[in-house]
Design a protein around this ligand. Structure first.
Ligand code: GLN
Length: 528
C-alpha cells in the first residue's frame, strides 16, 4: 500500500466571491506540478438539484461536464487549471443529496429510523466526498458560501467529522478570508477575518492554513496578527493579494510559503515544475504587435462570469496565436451593422429564451454576407441556420423555441423530446460524438473526422430544410454518427464561418486552446 490518501478542505469566511475556487484549483495545480494525482470537488449548499435552472446573471455560466452534469462555474476553473475532465461526482449540491435521501426514506430504506440532517445528510456528504476522491493522491473539497451560513452548516459538520473517518492527520483545512483596506485610515483591518476564524473554530475546525485575500499586497504584520488570534502557525498564514491574471495564482501561492506547509502534510517534497504557469503568465502579459477585435454578441452584459468559458477559450487562442485580443461585448438587443462592421470576427455564444435572438440572427447574416469570420456556439448555430433559411426565401423561418407557430421550423424539438420543454433535466447534455465530412472546414480545423464535444440544448436543426439552408449559404458538415442530429454547419467559400451545436469552450484549456477558437483567431488575424 502506498501513502494514505489526503484530503484538503477549502472553506471561506468574511465574504464569498473572493477567489476560493481559484485558490482551491491553484493548490491542486501546485500538487500536480509536484507529481501528485489530484481530484477535486465543489460542495454547494443550495437546495437546487443542479445548476441547470440557476439564473446565469446571478450565478454565472452553467458549466457542463462530459457526463452531462450541469454545474457551478468553479468546475470550469478546476478543469482549466488541472486539465482533467470532471463528472457529476465532482459537483455536490444539498438539493441533490436531500432529494435522494427523501426518495430513500419513501422507499422504506431506513427501516423506521428517524431521518435527520445529522447523521443522514452529513453521512451522505461524507460518502459523496469519498466517492469523488476516487483513488487520487490528494482530494480537494471546496465548500461554497461562507462558514456560518445557515444552509451550509451540514457541510461544515460533515467535513469536520470526515477527519474522524480518515484520520485528522490525513485532513488539511484551508480557510480563505478577506481583509479589507480602509482608505480613510490607510490600514488593513483583520477583525472580520479574526471573527470568521473564531466562527470556524466554533464548529470544531482549527484550520491548518489561512489564506488572506487582499486587494493590494498587505504587510507581514497582518499575517502575524491573524496567526496570533487564530492559533494557526505564522508560516501557515498566507497573504494573497489580487493577481493580474488568475493563471498567476498558482505561482503566487507556491511562492507564498504554502508549499512548505503542504509538504509537511503530504510528505511530497519534490520541487513543483511550474513552467506551464510561467509560460501562461508570460503569454498573457506580452504585448503583441497585432491585435484582433472580436465581437461577442451577448445577452447578459454586466457579468463576465456568464460567458467565462467562451472568454477563456478566446483568450487562450489569442495567446497561442500571439495576438492581442480586443474582445468587445455587443449587446444582442441593440446591435446593428455598424457594430458588426468594426469587428475582425464575431462569436455568437449559447443562450436560452427569446431576448436578443434577433441580434444573433443578424450577426450570423452579416458574417455570412461580409466574409466576417464567425463562430457559432449552440444557439449561435441555430441563429446561423435561421439566417441562412431566411436568405433562401423561407419567410419567417425560426426556431420553435422563439416562434412555436413559424411556417418554417428550421430548428425544432424532435419527436420524443416534445412536451418536456420547460422542466429541468430534459436537455441533450454532455458528450456526444460527431462525424465530420472529409475535407470540410470543420475536419480541417480539428485535424480529425471524429470528434466528441459537450452539449447543453434542447432544440435541433430540422434537416427537412437542409437544401434551403444550403441555398442560403450554409452546409451541414458534421452530424451524429447515425446522421440524425446536425452537429456542425459551415459556409463554403467563406474565410471562416463555422458553427456547432455543441459547447467546445468547455474543453478548451489555457495551454491547449480549442481548435475552433484558434481557427477563428487565425482567420481574424488574416483580415488585417
Ligand atoms: N436554446 C437553445 C436550445 O435549447 C440553445 C441552447 C444553448 O445555446 N445552450 O436548443
Amino acid at each position: 500500500m502506498g501513502a494514505k490518501q489526503k484530503f484538503i478542505f477549502v472553506t471561506g469566511g468574511v465574504l464569498s466571491g473572493v477567489g476560493k475556487g481559484i485558490t482551491a484549483a491553484s493548490i491542486g495545480a501546485i500538487l500536480q506540478a509536484k507529481g501528485s494525482t489530484v481530484s477535486i470537488q465543489k460542495c454547494d449548499p443550495y437546495l437546487n438539484v443542479d445548476a441547470g435552472l440557476l439564473n446565469p446573471k446571478e450565478h454565472g455560466e452553467c458549466f457542463v461536464t462530459k457526463d452531462g452534469a450541469e454545474t457551478d462555474l468553479d468546475l470550469g476553473h478546476y478543469e482549466r487549471f488541472l486539465d482533467i475532465e470532471l463528472t457529476q461526482k465532482n459537483a455536490t449540491l444539498s438539493g441533490r443529496l436531500l432529494s435522494q435521501l427523501i426518495a430513500d426514506e419513501r422507499a422504506g430504506k431506513f427501516h423506521g429510523e428517524t431521518v435527520q440532517l445529522v447523521p443522514h445528510l452529513t453521512g451522505a456528504i461524507k460518502d459523496s466526498i469519498q466517492e469523488a476522491a476516487n483513488g487520487s493522491d490528494v482530494h480537494i473539497v471546496e465548500v461554497g458560501g461562507t462558514v456560518g451560513d445557515y444552509e451550509g452548516l451540514s457541510f461544515i459538520e460533515a467535513i469536520r467529522d470526515f477527519s474522524t473517518r480518515v484520520g485528522r492527520e490525513n485532513c488539511f483545512y484551508v480557510h480563505v478570508v478577506y481583509v479589507p483596506f480602509i482608505q480613510t485610515s490607510k490600514e488593513f483591518k483583520s477583525k472580520p477575518a479574526q471573527n470568521a476564524l473564531n466562527e470556524l473554530r466554533g464548529f470544531g475546525i482549527v484550520p491548518d492554513c489561512v489564506v488572506v485575500r487582499t486587494e493590494e499586497p498587505a504587510p507581514h504584520g497582518i499575517a502575524a496578527k491573524i496567526a496570533r488570534f487564530s492559533g494557526v502557525p505564522e508560516d501557515a498564514v498566507i497573504l494573497l493579494p489580487n493577481a493580474h491574471t488568475v493563471y498567476e495564482v498558482p505561482l503566487t501561492v507556491s511562492a507564498s510559503g504554502i508549499g512548505t506547509v503542504l509538504e509537511r502534510f503530504t510528505g511530497n517534497t519534490r520541487t513543483p515544475d511550474l513552467t506551464k504557469w510561467r509560460r501562461l503568465v508570460e503569454a498573457q502579459e506580452a504585448i503583441y504587435k497585432k491585435s484582433v477585435r472580436v465581437g461577442m454578441v451577448a445577452k447578459y452584459m454586466d457579468n463576465e462570469d456568464t460567458y467565462i468559458s467562451v472568454i477563456e477559450a478566446l483568450k487562450a487562442a489569442a495567446w497561442q496565436e500571439k495576438v492581442q485580443l480586443d474582445l468587445e461585448w455587443l449587446n444582442a438587443e441593440e446591435v446593428d451593422e455598424s457594430d458588426f462592421s468594426r469587428m475582425d470576427a464575431l462569436v455568437v455564444p449559447g443562450g436560452f429564451g427569446e431576448r436578443g435572438v434577433d441580434g444573433k440572427i443578424r450577426a450570423a447574416q452579416y458574417a455570412l454576407e461580409h466574409d466576417t469570420p464567425y463562430l457559432g456556439l449552440c444557439l449561435g448555430l441555430q441563429a446561423a441556420v435561421i439566417a441562412a433559411a431566411r436568405r433562401a426565401g423561407l419567410e419567417g423561418a425560426h426556431s420553435t423555441e422563439f416562434n412555436p407557430i413559424t411556417p418554417h421550423d428550421v430548428v425544432y424539438i424532435m419527436a420524443g423530446q416534445a412536451g418536456k420543454e420547460s422542466t429541468g433535466g430534459t436537455l441533450r447534455l454532455g458528450d456526444y460524438p460527431a462525424i465530420l465530412k472529409a475535407n470540410s472546414l470543420a475536419a480541417r480545423t480539428y485535424g480529425e473526422e471524429e470528434v466528441v464535444e459537450r452539449h447543453r440544448h434542447r432544440y435541433e436543426v430540422n434537416q427537412r430544410f437542409a437544401d434551403d439552408v444550403k441555398k442560403g449559404g450554409l452546409a451541414i458538415s458534421g452530424t451524429s454518427p447515425d446522421g440524425k442530429l446536425v452537429e456542425f454547419i459551415e459556409a463554403a467559400s467563406h474565410p471562416y464561418f463555422i458553427a456547432t451545436q455543441a459547447h467546445p469552450e468547455f474543453k478548451s484549456r489555457p495551454s491547449r486552446p480549442h481548435p475552433l477558437f484558434v481557427g477563428l483567431i487565425k482567420a481574424a488575424r488574416q483580415r488585417q
